[in-house]
Design a protein around this ligand. Structure first.
Ligand SMILES: C[S@@+](CC[C@H](N)C(=O)[O-])C[C@H]1O[C@@H](n2cnc3c(N)ncnc32)[C@H](O)[C@@H]1O
Length: 298
């Protein structure tokens, strides 16, 4: 928002005017959701809810708030994700701290959480493993909705695990989530208990495709959280290689994937001959999103 000199009534930088100006500016700079971005950034600046912007439409911003907004809008116009700018993101109706060390939780991933809750709800005290926990959003949402579950959450990134640990405390589930740093299965001590479920939203973008993603993702989110190897399937192969070593007989494997990967992953699971029938679940947008299978009982 440009500096103004004179201040006739129509030139006052009110909430309404800042929202309109920011929306138009971010639209020109390629945001897919300029109005929403503008509201989130302004609510963050004013330490209020988005709804409170609408009930205070004619409030004039202080100079300090205008300066903060100016800086945030400049960064957003360079494709920095809103969630990193404000430091948090909602997932499964819970608020999670995020920073550049972790993938921003995606609505698509709620399908995985819903499916696991549906399948594990009948169990008492289930033991779950999440591989690649990032912000901890999956493990924490599961802990909140499966109140007797005990969860092990693994990530190779120590800085991501710091964020996940803070998020677990924020939601009061830190006593039921054990965070382990390491490379997938190698993070588990050899004498660790086996699991009723192994859940993962692994990195699954083909290495060559990362640079073709939206700038928000390609330039700002950690490539460690995105890069699924040359065909995007490296982590699924590695997960399947040891899954039944760590799953109890009858234990659940549940992984998120892209729509195009569902069939190849189904074939990979079937080729192990260690699981029962594979189920593929669609997300809210109707895309194939989650692959589940139960380990054979022998
Ligand atoms: C796609 S992100 C998922 C993050 C979070 N679970 C979510 O759904 O928003 C994948 C995560 O796997 C982690 N990761 C990448 N390579 C790994 C490895 N070899 N072992 C363990 N975690 C790994 C990344 O650091 C990242 O946090």
């Amino acid at each position: 928002m440009p500096e103004t000199t004179a201040s006739p009534q129509e030139d006052r930088w009110t909430v309404r005017r800042i929202l309109e100006w920011t929306t138009s500016h971010l639209k020109k700079h390629g945001s897919d959701s300029p109005r929403l971005d503008a509201e989130i950034l302004l609510a963050h600046t004013r330490h209020c809810s988005r709804i409170a912007l609408y009930t205070n439409f004619d409030d004039e911003l202080t100079d300090a708030h205008r300066q903060t907004m100016r800086e945030l809008v400049q960064r957003r116009a360079k494709a920095e994700p809103v969630a990193y700018l404000v430091g948090h993101r909602e997932f499964f109706s819970l608020d999670f701290e995020v920073n550049r060390e972790v993938l921003i939780p995606r609505p698509d991933t709620e399908t995985l959480v819903l499916k696991v809750i549906e399948l594990l709800k009948p169990l008492s005290g289930p033991k779950l493993l999440e591989l690649g926990t990032g912000s901890g959003c999956i493990a924490i949402a599961l802990a909140k909705h499966l109140p007797t579950a005990v969860i092990t959450a693994v990530d190779i990134s120590s800085t991501a695990l710091e964020v996940a640990g803070r998020n677990a405390k924020r939601h009061g589930v830190e006593q039921r989530i054990e965070f382990l740093e390491g490379d997938l299965w190698a993070a588990l001590p050899a004498d660790h208990d086996k699991f009723d479920a192994v859940v993962s939203n692994p990195p699954y973008i083909c290495s060559d495709e990362i640079q073709t993603l939206d700038a928000d993702v390609a330039k700002h989110e950690p490539h460690l959280a995105l890069d699924g190897g040359s065909d995007g399937l490296t982590f699924y192969r590695r997960i399947l290689a040891d899954a039944t070593k760590w799953l109890k007989p009858g234990g659940l494997l549940a992984v998120e994937c892209s729509g195009e990967q569902a069939e190849p992953i189904q074939l990979l699971v079937e080729s192990t001959k260690q699981f029962g029938p594979v189920q593929v679940t669609k997300d809210a947008a109707g895309k194939l999103r989650v692959v589940t299978a139960v380990a054979n009982l022998f």
